[in-house]
Design a protein around this ligand. Structure first.
Ligand code: SF4
Ligand code: FES
Length: 310
């Protein structure tokens, strides 16, 4: 099995593992951020460039460095490879550039955006963004679109990561959702605004790294950090029925799928669980959901409160 060193930490991984996956096995600060890669969606990654790293030694056989920074979500590790992520000023500089580029057409409307507190671009901008913009041209803007009764598309916030398109391709039987046009004109479309009626369409909300796709049954109801995320399950004939219910007192404000430490869902949930089961009696509540990644949601100490109540 190939061995790879990332920022000085060595790990042995199966053949075919990417640098990003290897870094995730090591964990901690050396894991590159990823805005378009999503481990449970085939073909994702390679679009946003936030995961760029420097390969300082290509392999044991060929120890020369790779001439350009590489997308760690795409580059497979070779035995003896050495990679620099946060230890490289060149990588951090490039990441600052990528964040600036992503923000060129992204509105800074975090104060009114439902994704605030769980937006990957907000976190990225906080860590790598500049305090001001150099962009002087008019930003592209779009009308908001209702994609069926449950999902709102706010294309102005979209960073074209294609994750929702992969969900549409891989989880729903009839794809009515994709990217049309190219370059600055590219936009997520529902092919003549046809509603996504499929049972698993709500998962586009969870995979969207920004606030471009939001839950119409939850929009503007509460900031996420005022709610307590709880693991819960129910008997469901369409999905595993394992979810996170976001509660205020005994009321359920929204339901989402469970996410791992990198904000990725491994068991997608159906629309019935997500949108129709908002009564606490519908669910068996297991206990507080742990949010691994750094998030403002943990600031309300809901996990400690649950321990005191018990
Ligand atoms: S709508 Fe969200 S998930 Fe879809 S491409 Fe845009 S940013 Fe990505
Ligand atoms: S996460 Fe690798 S290019 Fe987007």
């Amino acid at each position: 099995m190939p061995k790879v060193k990332i920022d000085g930490f060595e790990v042995e991984v199966p053949e075919g593992t990417t640098i990003l996956q290897a870094a995730r096995q090591i964990g901690g600060d050396i894991v590159p951020p990823a805005m378009c890669y999503y481990s449970t969606l085939k073909g994702s990654g390679g679009k946003c460039r936030t995961c760029l790293v420097k390969v300082t030694k290509a392999s044991e056989k060929d120890p020369r460095p790779l001439p350009k920074l590489v997308a760690s979500c795409q580059q497979v590790v070779m035995d003896g490879m050495e990679v620099a992520n946060i230890s490289s000023e060149e990588v951090l500089n490039a990441r600052r550039g990528v964040v600036e580029f992503l923000l060129v057409n992204h509105p800074l409307d975090c104060p009114i955006c439902d994704q605030a507190g769980e937006c990957q671009l907000q976190d990225l901008a906080f860590e790598h963004g500049l305090a001001s913009t150099r962009y002087e041209f008019e930003r592209r803007t779009f009308e908001q679109i209702d994609i069926g009764p449950y999902i709102k598309l706010h294309m102005t916030r979209c960073i074209l990561c294609y994750r929702c398109v992969h969900v549409a391709n891989q989880l729903t039987d009839e794809r009515v959702h994709g990217v049309i046009h190219r370059g600055d004109h590219a936009e997520i479309s529902t092919y003549i605004e046809k509603a996504i009626e499929n049972d698993f369409s709500g998962n586009v909300i969870d995979v969207c790294p920004v606030g471009a796709l939001t839950d119409r049954t939850f929009r503007f109801k509460s900031r996420v950090w005022f709610l307590n995320p709880m693991y819960a399950h129910r008997n469901c004939d369409k999905c595993s029925g394992k979810a996170v219910v976001w509660m205020y007192g005994h009321e359920i404000y929204r339901v989402t799928a469970r996410e791992d430490a990198y904000g990725e869902v491994h068991e997608f949930i159906c629309n019935t669980c997500r949108f129709d089961k908002k009564d606490a009696a519908d669910w068996t509540i297991e206990g507080p959901a742990h949010i691994d990644r750094h998030s403002v949601i943990s600031q309300n100490h809901y996990e400690d409160e649950a321990k005191v109540v018990r």
